[in-house]
Design a protein around this ligand. Structure first.
Ligand code: AGP
Length: 610
């Protein structure tokens, strides 16, 4: 979703802003812009489309300044065009603002501002905010106070950065519901919506929390609440490296991230498996383990791919940990007045740790007294920080909008939590050891699957022109089918549905004809025979079948059009393996269709608005 970067220091900020915006491209955007202030001169440059186009425009202008802000916009209010792009400015172009989030009461504020003579150029909610701040500046308030007063009138969410020609020694930023960090350097400081934008310059990071405002100068920063109470903030040294956010020779981040899964899955398990004891060790849960083990119920809440991981978690927790588990879309959970008690544990799963609905679900659960655990990838993200306890998945930076390695690492962490609880309940050390061994074997099995890349690419050629796909699986592989369908639709724009295989008879079977590819996850597990019956039903109606099957299963080749053979593992861990060929299939189909795999249309990596 929208991205923010800002610089104040001694260097020319223009290349810093442009390169920072390029680092933010993965979040999804439709327009971009910068504004700068230098020696009493101001300039604003914006355009619809890519940051590279903005870069070209800016390079012709030969701009130089030591203070500036930049933005990538993902349209919410008003179509993507140059006027609606950020930064927005006041009438005389002395005050500039960039904004992530949604100002819910912007119509009311706009009406009031119009009555006192303000007029508006854009259709955005954000422009209202710059004019509101301007109205306080006109009453002679200094910039910081004007921002505080304006924000006290605002309902909604925001991460903002503001610069003002008459106070060129500072950037004022504030946050409510949209992430913002301050990056600290030598005689220079940075602000960004996400550390990747400023990682090339600093690893010293201050995370702002909701309700906080910061004044950033060349040599320091001051954090206050919107109500002007000063706050001490911790400076974090982050360990992420620039390599992590580069393509590393791959044509797309998505392919790089799929191919990294041998390593990312290993990293998610590193130091967390106790082979001899058949157990797991998760430092992040040490203080809450008794409460977790004795939970009456576990509720997992998440969105998209993370929700699919949660569904696998439900199967794991109920089978091994024997705790009743429910999985909720975070967007539904937050508004339906859920019944939660202090005997429940609510687990939020989020790659980014910033998804607005998941964060709201977290706060809802916390306010009702549940133990709240976060499973996140981004270290220091809001969900990770606001949870009572949690486990990082350590998948490494995931830049491709379509989540791949985060999904398999989420499954690993859910398996580790399952093992931890189950061993404290009825799972024997010998049974635990079997699971640990199976987990330790996963990286080699993943490497084996990744070698099927070329075969899957050929299959993609065969199916790239299909208009619809069905993905079917049972048990642990049902969520993997949902995830396979989501991967295909988000990057190839082919309509795809995932279903529990047996549910096909209750409706989707009507869609089956010789044009309908059906992907079955049909590995040899406890539901294998049932899935074979479902394959027969599709075959009888002329559907084209692709099976993800066990490597020793030769029989299946007599029933399906194509099969992708993968190694087996224990049932609980199957989706870690079965999801990978589906990621590759979606990837190659999208590439063959000539689509922008890493930045699919309309999508954002981190959905920070409702
Ligand atoms: C995954 O491919 C999607 N782009 C999307 O569904 C994503 O999983 C969802 O928005 C949740 O994101 P999160 O894990 O960062 O909370």
């Amino acid at each position: 979703m929208c991205g923010i970067i800002g610089y104040i220091g001694e260097k020319n900020c223009v290349p810093i802003l442009i390169n920072g915006l390029k680092r933010l491209e993965y979040r999804g955007y439709d327009s971009a812009g910068i504004s700068i202030i230098n020696n009493g001169n101001t300039c604003i440059v914006k355009n619809k489309g890519k940051v590279s186009a903005l870069e070209e425009k800016v390079s012709l202008m030969k701009l130089n300044a030591v203070l500036g802000i930049g933005h990538t916009r993902w349209a919410t209010h008003g179509i993507p065009n140059e006027i609606n792009a950020h930064p927005h400015s006041n009438e005389d172009n002395t005050l500039f603002l960039i904004h992530n989030g949604i100002i819910e009461n912007y119509q009311t504020i706009k009406k009031g501002l119009k009555q006192i003579g303000y007029s508006f150029r854009s259709e955005t909610d954000s422009e209202v905010l710059v004019m509101l701040i301007d109205s306080f500046l006109k009453k002679n308030y200094p910039l910081t106070k004007a921002v505080q007063l304006a924000l006290s009138e605002v309902e909604g969410t925001y991460g903002i950065a503001v610069i003002y020609k008459d106070e060129p020694d500072k950037i004022v930023v504030a946050r409510k519901g949209s992430p913002l960090v301050v990056g600290l350097g030598e005689n220079e400081n940075f602000i960004a919506s996400d550390v990747s934008a400023i990682l090339a310059h600093t690893k010293q990071i201050v995370y702002l929390d909701d309700g906080e405002l910061a004044v950033i100068t060349k040599n320091g920063f001051l954090v206050k609440t919107i109500l002007d109470i000063e706050i001490e903030k911790e400076v974090h040294e982050i360990s992420m490296s620039l390599d992590e956010i580069d393509k590393g020779g791959y044509s797309h981040f998505m392919l790089k991230e799929i191919m990294e899964q041998t390593e990312s899955v290993t990293n998610s398990m590193r130091g967390r498996l106790l082979l001899e004891d058949g157990d797991a060790k998760l430092g992040g849960l040490a203080n809450v383990i008794d409460k977790l083990v004795n939970s009456n119920r576990i509720i997992i809440s998440a969105c998209g791919t993370s929700w699919h991981a949660g569904l696998v978690g439900e199967y794991m927790f109920e089978q091994y940990a024997r705790i009743q588990t429910e999985v909720e879309y975070a967007s539904e959970f937050r508004y339906r007045n859920p019944i939660i008690t202090n005997e429940d544990t609510v687990i939020l799963i989020s790659q980014s740790g910033e998804t607005a609905d998941t964060l709201a679900a977290l706060r809802e659960a916390k306010s009702r007294g549940a133990l709240v655990l976060g499973i996140c990838n981004v270290v220091g993200s809001t969900i990770a920080r606001e949870s009572n306890a949690g486990v990082y998945i350590h998948a490494g930076s995931e830049i491709g909008v379509a989540s791949t390695k985060a999904f398999t690492s989420q499954l690993i962490v859910l398996a580790l939590i399952t093992l931890l609880i189950a061993r404290k309940k009825s799972l024997s050390a010998a049974e635990g050891k079997e699971l640990v061994e199976a987990m330790q074997e996963l990286p080699d099995k993943i490497s084996h699957i990744l070698k099927l890349n070329d075969t899957i690419e050929q299959l993609a050629e065969e199916f790239k022109d299909s208009k619809n796909f069905l993905y079917l699986g049972r048990g642990y592989n049902f969520p993997a089918a949902l995830e396979g369908a989501l991967k295909l639709k988000e990057i190839s724009y082919i309509h795809a549905e995932g279903y529990p295989a047996a549910e096909m008879k209750h409706g989707p079977i009507a869609l089956i004809d010789e044009k309908m590819p059906v992907v079955f996850i049909a590995t040899k597990d406890s539901t294998y025979e049932k899935v074979i019956s479902n394959i027969e039903e599709v075959r009888a109606r002329g559907g084209r079948i692709i099976a993800i099957a066990s490597e020793n299963d030769e029989e299946i080749d007599t029933l399906v059009d194509y099969s992708i053979k993968i190694p087996d593992t224990v049932e609980m861990l199957r989706p870690v393996l079965t999801s990978i060929p589906l990621q590759l299939l979606a990837y190659h189909i999208a590439v063959k269709k000539g689509l922008n795999v890493d930045q699919p249309r309309n999508l954002a990596k981190s959905v920070t608005v409702e």
